[in-house]
Design a protein around this ligand. Sequence first.
Ligand code: ADP
Ligand code: ZN
Length: 291
Amino acid sequence: MLYGALEAGGTKMVLGCYDENGTLLDRTVMPTETPAITFPKMLDYFKDKGIGALGIGSFGPLCLNPGDPHFGAIGATPKLPWRGFDLMGEFARGLGVPVALDTDVNAAALAEAQLGAAKGLGSCLYVTIGTGVGGGVIVDGKPIHGLMHPELGHMLLVPDPRDPMPQGVCPYHKGCLEGLAAGPSMEKRWGLSAKELPDDHVAWDIEANYLAQMCFNAILTLSPEKIILGGGVLQRKHIFPLIRRKTLSMLNGYIECLADSDLSDYIVEPGLDTASGLTGSYLLARQAADN
Ligand code: ADP
Ligand code: ZN
């Protein structure tokens, strides 16, 4: 059987086709326009490949509660044409094969837990810091859902006293994690993008404070066995030691099993590089087929 994988992003759609062994046979990318334009193109791609199941890791918010009448649909996204689009239902009807849907970050976390940096562990947290901040959580080998799914990119933080823009830019919450620490927030605050800011700029120490607060909150609420940080902003690898040091300092010895480490094995880069999203969608397709 062939498996279809879709990584649905706000700017681009990545589509792939995998074989039984998990080998990626084909991959294509198309821009995310409106559902009327983009959905038929995606449908044609997967029909042409003759897939037996499809997995989707998508931007959200998504309705993932099977008891909800909107199960499988996109929720209140700022991408207005996609609001309310029944992503799972449209593909299931259009292809006539089993379809599984989860958030892009839950899919990435699943791939990291099965094949990447958290391989062999039952739990992990995957956070991407890019245009926005999103987090996926695996517990007992499965992505967390519940009411809908975690939205930990919007957790509230204590502003850094050195931050010249502590009010943040999130349209919903202003100074939440995404409002303070995503790429666009850094660029607005400093007039330079995360790519351009020099290593020794105070921006990085403030950014590390915000990401360490997130790690602190996540360790104490979710107890993940590994924290994986990715996305465009985290391409600047020099921030990792700063985040680890600040997280340890905030924990202040409270989590004993972490207290004697420098966290270099605990707060880590993705093991699958930028492939975790699509790989996770493939793993979702396998689950859909098995169910
Ligand atoms: P998206 O979140 O849209 O999937 P990215 O993860 O690449 O895409 O995030 C884009 C953001 O990351 C932008 O704000 C950009 O400034 C920042 N960014 C992209 N590449 C780099 C890089 N090499 N170093 C630092 N920041 C980067
Ligand atoms: Zn927010």
